[in-house]
Design a protein around this ligand. Structure first.
Ligand code: ATP
Ligand code: MG
Length: 271
């Protein structure tokens, strides 16, 4: 599958209404699920190489509106990896301590160490999204923060941390159905948050904040707009993008410093 058409080309302005939310890439659900299962085995193999090599890291940023599918993506795609090499960070409303620092302070502390895959479930992008929609910052500050974000990401790239940023793109109708489902199903009540309704009515404001944020898409730290109405296609596409990037990073098993033929494992007595 060619995932490149979902990438935001650097310097190109995104108008989200031109990007489909219900694309299925021409696959049936059954085909998509079968394909995902083989991609997951490949993802696991490449992650093992990354972990063994321990010279580079991969940071995956997940951004979406409420019920956009961040948690499902973590479960179904990130779940392919050995948890030992994954660092997941969930970014919530900043604490008083966090607000007493620059906005990247808490974020930098959570970037993955070399050998690991980091997942940001929400991220530093909230600092130019929700904060703008709620007028917690003005346009000038948002502009400054976008520059700071770009520089921060360049720093990570220079330090051998690769970055991929995903926006899970759902339609307002899909969000309505998912929120309604959380009300209908008692086992999903815990996911329902009344505050999400207040965010939902700010749909157009979030759209323009996201469109501005996509200006931070660069060749090395690209944004992907993932059609996410079909959960199975969302998972498939994200898995493909991550796999392509891991292959490009081409982590290698380290060459041993010993000659295995020269080493004899000593016999020991059990008691
Ligand atoms: P869920 O899918 O479980 O609802 P969630 O990511 O929405 O997951 P919540 O605890 O519901 O988690 O919400 C976290 C809230 O924190 C979001 O409304 C988000 O906008 C807010 N938030 C995250 N980062 C920041 C930030 N830097 N400034 C202000 N608000 C933030
Ligand atoms: Mg929420």
């Amino acid at each position: 599958m060619n995932s490149d058409r979902y990438r935001v080309k650097s310097g190109r302005r995104v108008s989200l209404q031109d990007w489909a939310t219900d694309d299925d890439g021409g696959y049936s659900k059954e085909e998509g699920k079968a394909l995902l299962s083989s991609l997951k085995s490949e993802l696991a193999e490449w992650q093992e190489r990354l972990y063994a090599e321990s010279k580079q890291a991969l940071l995956i940023v997940l951004q979406a509106r409420d019920a956009g599918g961040k948690d499902g993506t973590v479960k179904h795609v990130i779940g392919a990896f050995n948890p030992n090499g994954v660092q997941i960070a969930n970014f919530k409303v900043p604490s008083e301590e966090e607000l007493a620092h620059d906005f990247l302070w808490r974020v930098h502390a959570k970037v993955p160490r070399r050998g690991n895959i980091g997942v940001f479930n929400r991220s530093h992008y909230e600092d130019i999204l929700v904060t703008r929609v709620h007028a917690l910052i003005d346009d000038k500050t948002a502009e400054q923060r976008s520059k700071d974000i770009r520089n921060f990401e360049f720093l990570l790239i220079d330090s051998r941390t690769q970055i991929i940023k995903f926006y899970l793109h759902i339609s307002p109708e899909e969000q309505r159905q998912r929120l309604q489902e959380r009300l209908n199903d008692p086992t999903k009540h815990w996911k329902f948050n009344e505050g999400d309704l207040a965010e939902r009515v700010k749909w157009p404001e979030y759209t323009s904040a996201y469109e501005d944020a996509f200006a931070t898409s660069t060749k090395d730290a690209p944004w992907y707009v993932i059609p996410a109405d079909h959960k199975w296609f969302r998972d498939l596409l994200i898995a493909q993008v991550i796999l392509d990037r891991l292959k490009e990073m081409n982590p290698e098993y380290p060459v041993s410093t010993f000659d295995p033929k020269e080493i004899k494992i000593p016999n020991v007595k059990e008691q």
